[in-house]
Design a protein around this ligand. Structure first.
Ligand code: GLN
Length: 390
């Protein structure tokens, strides 16, 4: 076992004894889940999947489908059109609440059921089958393997899904969804019944972490801006009425589902997923929450923690006939521009005056316009034999 997998296994064993909560019972088929199942997986930038526990066990994706179907709607219609139908505000209410804006009937956000039914209704296709196929195709690209519906869970939810049906009728009455209510709601039930494992979820999370490119297959699944938009909404709304405390404690965009799955995203670092069917009062998995919280702590993943790399872009020094060259690599952000100039100032003081010093910024992987402006501005104060090559 490699050291990271060992660390995951260690965290898993720490969390295993927690036995509070119970599997969801309002969808009868979910109540039959083995409550002791426990799994944890992490996927990094090179697409290496590390997983421990019951990592091959399959369960229905449930609400974790919501961010991906949101991505589909965003790709298809753009942010403004989607926001015309569903908001981006945390509801502070349970996942199945009738959280609709007073006059427009717009649901609070796409991570609760009302909003997810509205986003699902934006998926193109004339019938349930075509829409489900569109959704399954996109989620399969996120997972890097072909996903399909668990018919038993689908029927169970469809037979007992009156509350979601009622939500869909309300949405229809406000004109938030077009087309037949049945098509919207059955498509939503089928998307929730797609089967995944914790490994699939970690890869799906990693695809969001790496700007929409699946790190296992190398495929671009959605645009970088769409991935960012989805993560933004997950950050504020992904854990229902626990979203604020989750951000405080764990600091990662995340999404949970009532079958006990949970995925979290450390942008540019990891996709993480956990699975355990026993749920707390919010409908989040007790042990999956504990696993991801422990991982965030140990890997230092809280988004609002200061990160050195943002402030220190890669710099390599070379000397050639034309003088010294400092080559910049990686990403240049605002703080990095300040740091480069501090280093250059020190360097230029140690060099014989007049020996040219070139700063080569042509190989930067990514530059933010504000950072470049800051860098150029700082150059104005450096001796005139220090050059910036862009
Ligand atoms: N299919 C479930 C429902 O609509 C999804 C809810 C969830 O996972 N929180 O009730």
């Amino acid at each position: 076992m490699d050291p990271i997998t060992e660390l995951l296994a260690e965290v898993l064993e720490e969390i295993r004894p927690i036995d509070s909560g119970a599997p969801a019972a309002y969808i009868p088929e979910l109540a039959t889940a083995d409550p002791d199942l426990l799994a944890f997986a992490v996927v990094g930038p090179r697409g290496r999947v590390r997983s421990v526990g019951d990592d091959r066990a399959e369960f229905t994706i449930q609400s974790i489908s919501k961010p991906f179907v949101l991505a589909l709607a965003l790709e298809e219609h753009g942010l403004d059109a989607v926001l015309g139908r569903v908001g981006a505000e945390p509801s502070g209410e349970p996942f199945n609440a009738i959280s609709l804006e007073p006059i427009t009937g717009r649901p609070a956000n796409p991570m609760i059921n009302a909003g997810a039914i509205a986003t699902s209704a934006l998926v193109p296709g004339d019938d349930v089958e075509l829409r489900t196929a569109r959704i399954a195709d996109l989620l399969s690209a996120f997972a890097g393997r072909s996903l399909w519906v668990d018919e038993a869970v689908y029927s169970s939810e469809s037979l007992t899904g009156e509350r979601n049906r009622a939500l869909a009728h309300l949405l229809k009455s406000h004109g938030v969804i077009d087309g037949p209510v049945d098509v919207a709601v059955e498509t939503y039930f089928r998307q929730c019944s797609l089967l995944v494992s914790v490994r699939d979820l970690a890869i799906m999370a990693a695809t969001l972490a790496f700007g929409g490119v699946n790190p296992v297959t190398g495929e671009r699944v959605v645009g970088e801006r769409v991935a960012r938009d989805v993560l933004s909404i997950m950050s504020s709304c992904g854990m229902y009425d626990f979203s604020g405390e989750w951000l405080l404690r764990v600091g990662l965009p995340a999404k949970s589902g009532v079958s006990g799955g949970l995925m979290a995203v450390a942008p540019s670092q990891f996709g993480v997923a956990a699975f355990s069917p026993r749920l707390d009062q919010h409908g989040n998995s007790v042990r999956a929450v504990a696993l991801v919280e422990a991982a965030s702590e140990r890997f230092g993943m809280h988004l609002l923690e200061p990160h050195e790399s943002v402030a220190s872009p890669a710099m390599t020094m070379h000397g050639d006939d034309a003088g010294r060259v400092v080559r910049l690599g990686g990403e240049l952000g605002y703080a990095g521009a300040e740091r480069i100039v501090a280093v250059l100032r020190e360097l230029s003081e140690g060099l014989p005056a007049g020996e040219p010093l070139t700063v080569d910024a042509r190989e930067l992987g990514r530059t933010h316009p504000g950072a470049l402006i800051a860098l150029r501005g700082e150059f104005a104060d450096l001796p005139d034999w220090v050059w910036l090559k862009e």
